[in-house]
Ligand binder design. Structure first.
Ligand SMILES: NC(=O)C1=CN([C@@H]2O[C@H](COP(=O)(O)OP(=O)(O)OC[C@H]3O[C@@H](n4cnc5c(N)ncnc54)[C@H](OP(=O)(O)O)[C@@H]3O)[C@@H](O)[C@H]2O)C=CC1
Ligand SMILES: Nc1nc2c(ncn2[C@@H]2O[C@H](COP(=O)(O)O)[C@@H](O)[C@H]2O)c(=O)[nH]1
Length: 325
């Protein structure tokens, strides 16, 4: 198997088919709705809050609300009252089952539910998918996280509508060091490996460091990407603002860090400071422009045209040109 990651792969251009990048369309359909970009901010406390989720929903972007210190029933009700779609996260504990029961009892159907646990290839996830499909059959269920084709096959067979791939490639992740497991360092090839067997959308989660990494993810089989650190350091980001030597930073911490958990137990995440880089809508607009450029370099007009390009691996054992025959 070829092993590579975002920083040692480059996509190869094909003859341009447009006169302006404005002809290139980076929008997509996901779970029955159309979105401007194949990008979702990570469902983490320092990346999204209710205000950001509402703004994203009302402005044509997908979002997933986090599940920490949050009443999912209240959140879904608020989003519905605001005329927006609801996209929540759940775990696999009794309180999560109870929240799903309450949503069903009140007829509050979130359009999207993400089962968000560290080791998603587990019977606990199978049971939660079954519960969601029984209680909220109208919800689109995203399940994860996983890092192997076997796991993608199981989650799809258990009823997941999309799977999330990425164990440990995140910027505040320490799973690799703490456990010796994961896709950190080879996330892009893990994505390629998983996408080969997938029959439903895959979300590439973690490790996106540059806008061009979105196009690379699409090339290797992702339908969407989930981004934490690159979207965390904005003026509106929920993390606390910290000033160091006259420069402003936003804190960004892992959901499995002691900062999120409130205790040092089974810690697999850390806290860092991200330099404040302006406003979130400006970054999303720039991502959109950059993705339009990517599509034009692919010689196409739509996101799916990125799938057809050749690529090179720079350096290392797998170095060389990889042509589609
Ligand atoms: N993408 C990634 O690489 C990772 C992401 N995270 C994020 O951190 C947050 C917390 O995750 P998580 O700890 O799963 O959530 P929870 O604390 O809600 O745990 C979910 C359930 O899974 C169990 N569990 C957790 N890890 C494992 C494991 N390795 N093997 C077996 N059972 C396990 C927990 O039990 P118990 O605690 O008793 O074991 C608990 O019952 C989530 O948002 C998750 O996405 C965390 C680590 C890696
Ligand atoms: N191993 C851990 N992974 C975590 C934790 N909290 C979140 N995450 C994952 O990281 C991505 C975001 O990655 P980034 O590279 O874009 O910053 C997020 O979506 C989760 O899957 C954690 O505590 N430990």
């Amino acid at each position: 198997m070829e092993i590579f990651d975002y920083d040692n792969v480059l996509l190869l251009p094909r003859k341009c088919r447009v006169e302006s990048r404005s002809e290139c369309d980076p929008s997509l359909e996901f779970g029955g709705r159309k979105f401007k970009l194949p990008v979702m901010p990570a469902n983490m406390k320092t990346v999204v809050d209710e205000k950001i989720c509402l703004w994203l929903a009302q402005n044509g972007y997908f979002y997933v609300m986090h599940r920490f210190d949050l009443d999912n029933v209240k959140f879904v009700r608020k989003m519905k009252q605001a005329g927006a779609f609801a996209s929540i996260s759940v775990g696999v504990k009794p309180a999560d089952y109870e929240a799903v029961n309450q949503l069903a009892a009140e007829g509050l159907v979130p359009e999207y539910v993400t089962i968000d646990i560290a080791h998603g290839h587990a019977d606990t996830v199978k049971n939660m998918i079954e519960h969601l499909k029984a209680k909220l059959p109208g919800s689109f269920v995203i399940a994860g996280n996983v890092g192997t084709p076997e796991a993608v096959i199981d989650l799809e067979n258990w009823g997941a509508d999309a799977t999330k791939v990425g164990i440990g490639p995140g910027k505040v992740c320490i799973t690799r060091m703490k456990t010796g497991f994961g896709t950190g360092g080879w996330q892009l090839s893990a994505l390629k490996w998983c996408a080969r067997v997938a029959t439903k959308p895959i979300i590439a989660d973690g490790g996106i460091r540059e806008h061009g990494d979105i196009a690379k993810s699409i090339r290797f089989g992702a339908t969407m990407v989930m981004i934490g650190s690159m979207l965390a350091g904005h003026e509106e980001s929920p993390g606390s603002t910290v000033e160091v030597d006259g420069r402003l930073y936003k804190e960004y911490y892992g959901s499995a860090s002691d900062f999120n958990k409130g205790e040092y137990k089974h810690v697999e995440g850390k806290r860092i400071l991200e330099p404040v880089k302006g406003k979130l809508p400006d970054t999303l607009r720039e991502m959109q422009e950059d993705l339009q450029s990517s599509i034009s370099y692919a010689g196409g007009t739509r996101l799916s045209d990125l799938r057809r390009v050749n690529y090179v691996i720079l350096g290392g054992e797998n170095a060389g040109e990889h042509l589609l025959m």
